[in-house]
Design a protein around this ligand. Structure first.
Ligand SMILES: Cc1ncc(COP(=O)(O)O)c(C=O)c1O
Length: 415
């Protein structure tokens, strides 16, 4: 039971820290490569650089970059580097706290642009079934209507269906590169052209793919068009705290140019506290994730990311090949990058029961539906344990055949 009594007397730091460490006992074992998602481990040196940067910036505030110009510089440099990576010479943006905040701000920017340029007062978002739930959150918070379109047979956005949903009230057309549920790249050039045809924004959600696709392309993989080289792409979100290997709390939202970026920010001075101008949903925001991200990206550089992406995609390919050859399981769609969704081919097999057995063996995999799937985001930390995982997966399939139905829950963070 949670102790709800406010601590009466302070306690020595050593005791407090020991208690905190003890609380972690049941947490997912990410440092052993046992989580496919949630925490992305770039390895010992990357962790060390992040730890030291975090120590330097633990107390700094990014609310006012006049007081902390170093954080302004860190933000400008990171945004510039990512713009360069995404081939956006004019692109400009801000750091945010994560993928959801980047997406919320992309929705707000699209809504405000549609109102300012086209007088749209009942704005709509057109998106595929696979678009991240954060777009629905954005629509809910900022008063847009979602026009949701089923994906096509290959599980990517269905361009004809999306075209039928686009109209004069469209503020935003969404594409993913890669999408969370299945790890696929939507037909971004077609979606961007649809958005442009009505003067709307096209957002590419590269929260997952932004630190994978550019390096996969450099490594010689065939990568569909998805970045600012595609006409009509207005905004791109990319999470440095995912496959960018920075600690939690940092993403980047880029706009194709500074003019589009105007619609992201909020400025207000009609109260008694002077000018309040922020590009974020938060007011006060931590300097720590920004500085740690700057340090990790600087430390890894292009060659470091290419190495990590190569290892990650090789590991994901091995898991894909194994799943396809294991009786009873199959993959959703034809993913080529770090995400894969495993579903049961055999109607007698409960894939969540497979997940439960894997859980008992110390593995943490996300769950999604419909249809029931185990969801893996493969990253560098998983590379050394792929053989062990595949052996446990085969064993779990056998064990699950006699087991009770599996648990369904995911993102259970409401309580
Ligand atoms: C494609 C995609 N977009 C957005 C998000 C949301 O990111 P966050 O959890 O950092 O808010 C995720 C998270 O997994 C994602 O995979």
């Amino acid at each position: 039971m949670t102790d709800r009594t406010f601590p009466a007397a302070g306690r020595p730091a050593g005791d407090v820290l020991a208690d905190l460490a003890a609380k972690q006992a049941a947490d997912a074992r990410w440092a052993d490569g046992r989580t496919f998602g949630l925490v992305f481990d770039g390895g010992d040196e990357v962790r060390h650089v992040a730890d030291e940067a975090a120590r330097l910036y633990l107390h700094e505030s990014a609310l006012n970059t006049n007081a902390f110009p170093s954080l302004g510089e860190i933000q400008s440099e990171l945004c510039g580097w990512v713009a360069d990576l995404f081939h956006g010479p004019e692109a400009a943006g801000f750091l945010t706290s994560g993928g959801t905040e980047s997406i919320l701000l992309a929705v707000k920017a699209a809504r405000d642009r549609a109102l300012a340029e086209r007088g749209v007062t009942a704005p709509e978002i057109v998106l595929a079934d696979t678009a991240h739930a954060a777009f629905h959150k954005g629509a809910h918070l900022f008063g847009l209507t979602v026009r949701r379109v089923p994906v096509g047979p290959d599980l990517t956005a269905d361009v004809d269906g999306m075209a039928a949903a686009v109209g004069p009230d469209t503020a935003l057309v969404v594409g993913s590169a890669v999408d969370y549920p299945n790890g696929l790249v939507d037909p971004i050039p077609d979606l961007a052209a649809l958005a442009a045809s009505v003067g709307a924004n096209c957002h590419v959600d590269a929260c997952m793919g932004g630190f994978v696709l550019p390096f996969a392309e450099m490594e010689g993989s065939e990568v569909p068009a998805w970045d600012f080289r595609t006409d009509g792409v207005s905004t791109i979100s990319a999470d440095i705290h995912k496959l960018g290997y920075a600690p939690k709390g940092v993403s980047v939202l880029l706009h194709a140019d500074r003019d589009l970026r105007r619609h992201q920010t909020f400025a207000f001075d009609d109260w008694l506290g002077g000018l309040y101008a922020t590009p974020n949903l938060q007011g006060t925001r931590a300097g720590l994730p920004m500085a740690a991200a700057w340090a990790v990206v600087s430390h890894l550089g292009t060659d470091g990311y290419r190495r990590l992406v190569r290892g990650t995609l090789d590991a994901a390919d091995r898991i894909r090949a194994d799943v396809r050859s294991t009786g009873g399981l199959t993959l959703r769609g034809d993913p080529r990058h770090q995400i894969l969704a495993i579903t049961a081919e055999d109607p007698e097999l409960d894939v969540f029961a497979v997940g439960d057995v894997l859980g008992e063996r110390g593995w943490y995999l996300d769950r999604q539906y419909p249809p029931d799937c185990l969801h893996l985001t493969v990253s560098n930390g998983n590379v050394p344990v792929v053989d062990e995982f595949l052996a446990d997966l085969a064993g779990a399939v056998e064990a699950a055949r006699d087991a009770h139905p599996g648990e369904r829950g995911q993102y259970a963070t409401i309580d």
